[in-house]
Design a protein around this ligand. Structure first.
Ligand code: NAD
Ligand code: TYD
Length: 351
């Protein structure tokens, strides 16, 4: 079936993997990638598909209401897969307003435009909102986030994503627009901007810089390989039930310090360093304000109802990820721009 699908945030980390997957797997779809190209958006992530006949790119800001209105009045979209967001907790602590604009206002602008231009013809259409497990707050040593867990966001980032989730559900209940939401745990893999833990550690180890570990490194995250998330998004877009929420996780919990030590061992091996060399770079730094202790996902709904399970082991995924960063120094050089340098020195060097 022919469809025109708007992917927002397609030039970012997860969005680029989703856009590539849809362009390659569904030649009958036309994929329109809408992205503002913030510091985190990079068209180089999509250079291998940019000339495909079923792909096009539009530069624009979802927080710009007039622009979004215009976009939807020019073209009708059968589906929206909404990934565009400000996505980094640390940046949300130092500058929350951008998160309010992009994540809340931006989402509402899309919902309004989708509603207005779909009025009376919603059949088969879908607004798919991609969210995070961070909306559920912080777990202690026990327990898992289910789709029924009450929202308890604690950072400006997670609060802005939680607000967006509520807006999406409100537009479903109030205006009847067909929506689906998924809340995923921490992704890792190629093309992730090197301010998030795994690519930042890989890059710092590569360049012999200190690897900053917040607090005692005891916080726990669940890690999912980005291609597995893209596969879950594909499945939910096509088979998810309208109005439903699906949690997506890797069944793969790691304390930060253990993860960093594992990465150090992999880097020693890949860089032919003496075992133990990279671990000497581990540096404990001041903890993040309001640092959530633990995230962990109960996958049973998506696994039982849609048959999705993570397929890439952590060992395999980390190996692929490290290799990708080591083989793509040009990409790294390109994204380690003026913005990154000033962010990095503010975040880590002025502490
Ligand atoms: P990212 O920061 O790598 O990419 C975000 C993209 O959105 C960038 O290309 C950026 O240019 C674009 N963007 C930002 N503001 C915009 C605006 N106002 N208008 C248009 N485009 C804009 O983020 P990511 O890690 O790929 O995350 C994508 C989505 O998945 C986000 O909604 C995030 O909340 C969610 N998510 C991420 C993770 C994770 O571990 N990275 C986990 C769960 C959910
Ligand atoms: P991050 O990749 O920013 O993802 P999130 O905050 O969305 O989970 O951080 C992952 C974990 O790693 C989190 O507990 C914070 C910690 N962390 C560090 O210890 N050092 C760092 O330099 C960064 C960026 C994160």
């Amino acid at each position: 079936m022919q469809k025109t699908i708007l992917i927002t945030g397609g030039a970012g980390f997860i969005g680029s993997h989703v856009a590539r997957r849809f362009v390659r797997n569904y030649p009958q779809y036309h994929i329109v990638n809408l992205d503002k190209l913030t510091y985190a958006g990079n068209l180089e992530n999509l250079s291998d598909i940019e000339n495909e006949p079923n792909y096009s790119f539009i530069k624009g800001d979802i927080a710009d209401q007039a622009f979004i209105e215009e976009l939807f009045s020019r073209q009708s979209y059968d589906g929206v897969i909404h990934l565009a967001a400000e996505s980094h907790v640390d940046r949300s602590i130092s500058g929350p307003m951008e998160f309010i604009k992009a994540n809340i206002t931006g989402t509402v602008n899309l919902l309004n435009a989708f509603r207005k231009h779909s009025e009376g013809r919603c059949d088969g259409k879908l607004f798919y909102h991609i969210s995070t497990d961070e909306v559920y707050g912080s777990l202690g040593n026990e327990g898992l986030f289910t789709e029924e867990t009450a929202y308890d966001p604690r950072s400006p980032y997670s609060a802005s994503k939680a607000s967006a989730d509520h807006m999406v559900r409100a537009w479903y209940h109030t205006y009847g627009i067909p929506v689906v939401i998924s809340n995923c745990s921490n992704n890792y893999g190629p093309n992730q901007f090197p301010e998030k833990l795994i690519p930042l550690a890989i890059n710092n180890i590569r360049t012999n810089k200190p690897v900053p570990v917040y607090g005692k490194g005891e916080n726990v995250r669940d890690w999912l390989y980005v291609e597995d998330h893209a596969a879950a998004i594909d499945l939910i877009f096509h088979n998810g039930a309208v109005g439903e929420t699906y949690n997506v996780g890797g069944n793969n919990e790691w304390r930060n310090i253990d993860l960093i030590k594992l990465l150090c061992r992999i880097m020693d091996r890949k860089l032919d360093r003496e075992p133990g060399t990279s671990a000497k770079l581990i540096t404990f730094v001041k903890d993040r304000a309001g640092h959530d202790m633990r995230y962990a996902i109960d996958n049973s709904k998506i696994s039982g109802e849609l048959g999705w399970n993570p397929s890439v082991s952590f060992e395999e995924g980390l190996d692929r990820t490290v290799s990708w960063y080591l083989e793509n120094e040009r990409w790294l050089g390109g994204v380690l721009s003026g913005d990154y340098k000033s962010y990095y020195s503010k975040q880590y060097l002025e502490r």
